[in-house]
Design a protein around this ligand. Structure first.
Ligand code: DX5
Ligand code: ZN
Length: 218
């Protein structure tokens, strides 16, 4: 489906070769590059911070989509914007002041994303709809790649798409996206699909063709 964007998550890339990995997935036809920032506090895993984002930025021609799985968020927004993030996504669950956080992201010059854990409802999102450019529906519990898609989230996507109406807001799916699950969320109204293990499986920077085959299969 042409209107669906694929955003490979570099969580499944070779951490010693982020620059080359980003160039490889773009050359193989991805739309956005999804960058997972984890702090070992909001989620039980640690990845990297704004310095790494700044280092990979010159290796990405398109959209750098930064998913912050950190708490607190606000003290770091400026640093990720300075690092060149086009989209900065913060979690609704990361603190009591998500409204302020979203204002700060746009204030820093980035597009504002709002991520929802699988156990989070969508009623609160109603009050944030005009402050977001993207809503990220987590279809796994955040922290690790390669987990199984949680099917109950498909209904959440459908309800969010109806709530969004004609606003220009992306719905991004993050976690367990595969050839099997992608059509379900696309039909429910998602238009950006993050995929880590499903894109990077079978390939490498020296053998990137499988990345392209995997992207086209989704
Ligand atoms: C999960 C991350 C995802 C993850 C997706 O905490 O936010 O971006 O890397 O990986 P897959 O596609 O393997 O589920
Ligand atoms: Zn992510």
């Amino acid at each position: 489906n042409r209107s669906i964007k694929i955003a490979p998550s570099i969580l499944s890339a070779d951490f010693a070769n982020f620059g080359l990995e980003c160039e490889a997935i773009e050359a193989q036809g991805c739309d956005w590059v999804h960058v997972d920032v984890m702090d070992g506090h909001f989620v039980p895993n640690i990845t990297f911070g704004p310095a790494t984002c700044a280092a990979i930025r010159p290796h990405i021609k398109g959209v750098m989509d930064v998913h912050l799985m950190i708490a607190p968020v606000d003290p770091y927004i400026e640093a990720f914007a300075q690092a060149g993030a086009d989209v900065i996504t913060a979690h609704l669950e990361a603190g009591p002041h998500i409204h302020r956080t979203l204002q700060a992201i746009r204030g820093a010059g980035a597009k504002a994303g709002l991520a929802l854990n699988p156990g989070t409802g969508i009623e609160d999102v109603h009050y944030l709809l005009d402050m977001v450019d993207l809503i990220c529906v987590m279809t796994v519990n955040p922290g690790f790649g390669g987990q199984k898609f949680i099917p109950s989230q498909v209904e959440k996507v459908r309800r969010l798409r109806a709530m969004i109406g004609d606003r220009p807001v992306h719905i991004e799916i993050d976690g367990g996206v595969t050839v099997e699950t992608a059509p379900l969320v696309a039909a429910a109204g998602a238009d950006v699909l993050v995929a880590g293990s499903a894109v990077f499986r079978g390939g490498s920077v020296s053998n990137p063709a499988p990345y392209g085959e995997n992207i086209r299969a989704i």
